[in-house]
Design a binder for this molecule. Sequence first.
Ligand SMILES: C[S@@+](CC[C@H](N)C(=O)[O-])C[C@H]1O[C@@H](n2cnc3c(N)ncnc32)[C@H](O)[C@@H]1O
Length: 241
Amino acid sequence: MLCELQQFDNSKIKNILYLILSRTIRSCRATTHADLATLKEPVHATYYCKKHGKICKPIFSIKNWWHTYTKDTIKRIKDFEKLRTDTFQICLTGDSRAIDILGKIKKIKPEFAGLLLKKKIKGIFSSPPYVGLIDYHEQHAYSYEMFGFTRKDELEIGPLAGGQGKKAKDLYIKGIAEVLINCKKYLQKNYNIFLVANDKYNLYPDIAREAEMRIVNQFKRPVLNRVEKTGQLHIQRRFFI
Ligand SMILES: C[S@@+](CC[C@H](N)C(=O)[O-])C[C@H]1O[C@@H](n2cnc3c(N)ncnc32)[C@H](O)[C@@H]1O
């Protein structure tokens, strides 16, 4: 299977292998099918599976997933080569409450920063974290370790460990409002922000007020295909701000 990689440059092969391995490791974590998001306890033996209603077993070998992801990753890279357009894309990482988007882009591609300053951004599409629901650093601990990324747990908005009490909700409202305020300076006058949030505590009206924005539309949709199963129907509201 790996001989397929020969068609790529040597410099790219290492990155492709990283990609395949990280996808493989994600699927081989020692957890149950019902707990792929929170990983409460490591599971090393067969267990009663709430998701499938039968006895399931954790993965004992990475071989099958390694083969599956090798094939799938190479296919996706080839497909993307055909679809790729001649546009500039950039991925910036940082705390969205404070990140200096323009300053960072200036260093990477000054001519694009000039364009950004002149034309500004038309809108944002985002899937923010929710209050006290998931510990994203723990969920992706394997990739921090494998890629050597520095963990920044303390910058998570709405961390699982903070719970869902009054203090956590207030901090969440403040955090997401700060993100929106930080982004506003890069936006055109007539911007649209599209957020996907399972807002069971109805926090977004307060967030919009704090950020001096207006919710103009909400769409509700059930989430039927979650990878983990919690026995609830998740209604996601999408907001246009
Ligand atoms: C619902 S997930 C969406 C992830 C991504 N959109 C995706 O589809 O894979 C929310 C993400 O927000 C990130 N996050 C939490 N606090 C953040 C912050 N202060 N700045 C930037 N990202 C943050 C979490 O780590 C998590 O990856």
